[in-house]
Design a binder for this molecule. Structure first.
Ligand SMILES: [Zn+2]
Length: 175
């Protein structure tokens, strides 16, 4: 059976936005995220993280730094009884013209293919318009933009909902 999923951007959604974040010491979870994820998990959603990490190809940090941080982040979710099904990352710079960097839908399509995801009944939560565009291109139209990350242009956004943080998503995603 196809699974319904909540796709999460990382920086600005899961953790406070820090430019080219790559150290555990600089990683600060958004307040209340574990409670919110547990509620959403109870509704039967799985979680997949899709994150642009161009700092890798830009040489600002190493793939190894990203992997260490990711492993630690997953441990924190696990300690809080939340299962992250998978994480997809794009290490490329914008100029590389890869098919994975959001707003391209590559990471979503890869996830769909790997995990048999019910895209129509899945959600995207992001803090940038490129998150919404990428999701839409992958046939995910239930989209939420949060104000907890980058500054957003609310009037021109294509997101279905705009909220302060993931904590309010539990009011929207309740089926
Ligand atoms: Zn890429």
């Amino acid at each position: 059976m196809a699974i319904k999923t909540i796709f999460l951007d990382r920086d600005g959604v899961i953790n406070k936005e820090v430019n080219y974040l790559h150290k555990i010491d600089d990683f600060e979870f958004i307040d209340g995220i574990f409670d919110s994820c547990r509620l959403l998990q109870k509704l039967g959603y799985s979680f997949i993280v899709v994150t642009n990490q161009s700092g890798i190809e830009r040489g600002l940090y190493k793939l190894r730094d990203y992997q260490i941080l990711t492993k630690w982040m997953l441990q924190q979710f696990k300690k809080n009884n939340i299962k992250i099904l998978d994480i997809f990352y794009c290490p490329h710079e914008p100029k590389s013209k890869c098919s994975c960097r959001k707003p391209k839908p590559g990471m979503f399509l890869e996830a769909e293919n790997k995990h048999n995801i019910d895209m129509v009944n899945s959600w995207m939560i992001g803090d940038k318009e490129c998150d919404i565009k990428a999701a839409n291109l992958a046939r995910i139209h239930q989209t939420i933009l949060v104000r907890s990350g980058h500054k957003i242009e609310e009037s021109s956004s294509n997101a279905k909902f705009i909220i302060d943080s993931i904590n309010e998503a539990t009011n929207i995603i309740n089926k």
